[in-house]
Design a protein around this ligand. Structure first.
Ligand SMILES: Cc1ncc(COP(=O)(O)O)c(C=O)c1O
Length: 380
């Protein structure tokens, strides 16, 4: 039998890798972290046209120039910041971007701080490239804790990873919080990697402040984004990194080695996504918002669940009071016909939580919440 490398063995035991999706018949899926909408038609059309126009060859390793221009245009439009195409690297989704950062900047034993809980892809990438994920607990309100972060910094610390809006907690950092984090990264000479893949999914009066807006730290800030969630394009596999031009030139080396370049017609579709009409983004956002309000109202009716309102992304992250692990709760709810994600997949501090996604119709989610309520009442 051929032996798997130690590197891959290390990540194959993570909860993220081990997650088995058994879908019981008739189960309501509140576990899926991807839009249930189809990619808007004008974006699909742009891909058809790109293929007919023979954009079917290898492309620039940094990414299609037109797409990098479009990203600079969107950064100016959304955040008022000036960037050039030299600040942008197109990647095969956000997940390759995360792995490219880890591969480029971590040596064996280097430490990467990961807020706990946060997206489980960071720890796997850090581990895969010989680094050590160091988890930093969030506050009880699920927000970054600056003194806890400072305490975990050692001479081996190289970077801090976080998502904003956060998967799984649904929190969005204020400008003050982000600037404070940037101050810590600046002081300790660390890369600050802010994953903004949910930046357009905001609720209530929440505003998004991008790491690209913090001038003082642009030599060590890496903004990570993707077309997956904003434009319902998970299968097209396009993401991007925005950073100092010298950082981009360093990262393209690994990126080119593993993918050569990103799918060419997909990149043309992404140009249409950014430069075309944005009402599709708003109509998907408002559908998630309606679902979110319903789910949060139902959560309030369940005595054994407590949660903070979701400010962004499409998740609720309630804590349950039953004395079970998150994995046991996931298995129990699955038996009761509703699939959720275990909070512990996102870090030790996610233990005692479940993650609910609003990526199904309001009617399905309503049924899911009814099942959860009944299942939890039956435990009391
Ligand atoms: C916070 C976060 N970052 C990155 C990704 C990766 O997304 P993709 O590779 O589809 O761009 C995800 C996917 O769920 C995510 O939740």
């Amino acid at each position: 039998m051929l032996q798997v490398s130690e590197r891959v063995k290390q990540i194959s035991s993570s909860e993220r890798s081990q997650r088995k999706i058994v879908i019981p018949q008739g189960a309501i899926r509140m576990d899926i972290g991807e839009p249930d909408f189809s990619t808007p038609e004008h974006i699909q059309e742009a891909a058809f046209k790109a293929m007919r126009d023979n954009h079917t060859h290898y492309g620039n390793a940094f990414g299609d120039e037109e797409l990098r221009e479009a990203i600079c245009f969107a950064l100016k439009r959304d955040y008022g910041v000036d960037r050039t195409i030299d600040n942008v690297l197109i990647t095969t989704g956000g997940i390759e971007a995360i792995n490219t950062i880890a591969a480029t900047y971590l040596n064996q034993g280097d430490e990467a701080l990961i807020l706990d809980p946060d997206y489980s892809g960071y720890a796997d990438a850090v581990t895969l490239f010989g680094g050590k994920p160091v988890y930093v607990s969030l506050t009880s309100e699920l927000r970054p804790d600056l003194s806890a972060i400072a305490e975990k910094i050692t001479e081996h610390t190289k970077m801090i990873f976080l998502s904003n809006p956060c998967n799984p907690t649904g929190t969005v950092l204020s400008e003050t919080e982000l600037r404070a984090l940037a101050g810590v990264a600046h002081y300790h000479n660390l890369f600050l990697i802010v994953d903004e893949v949910y930046h357009k999914l905001l609720f209530g009066n929440t505003a998004h402040f991008s790491i690209c807006q913090v001038d003082e730290i642009q030599d060590r800030a890496i903004m990570l984004n993707s077309f997956s969630k904003t434009y319902a394009m998970t299968g097209w596999r396009v993401g991007y990194l925005v950073a100092d031009a010298s950082v981009i030139r360093q990262m393209v080396v690994f990126h080119r080695a593993i993918v050569s370049c990103v799918n060419t017609p997909s990149q043309k579709a992404c140009v249409a996504a950014l430069t075309g009409p944005q009402d599709c983004v708003e109509s998907m956002r408002s559908a998630y918002d309606e679902r979110r309000q319903m789910v949060e109202q139902k959560l309030q009716e369940i005595e054994t669940l407590s949660s903070t309102p979701c400010q962004g992304a499409f998740y609720s992250f309630p804590r349950f009071s039953q004395s079970m692990t998150s994995k046991q709760m996931l298995a129990y709810l699955s038996d009761r016909g509703v699939l959720v994600r275990s909070g512990s997949e996102f870090g030790r501090n996610g233990e005692g939580h479940i993650r609910l996604a609003f990526t199904r119709s309001k009617e399905e989610l309503e049924e899911g919440m009814t099942r959860i309520k009944k299942a939890l009442e039956d435990l009391d």
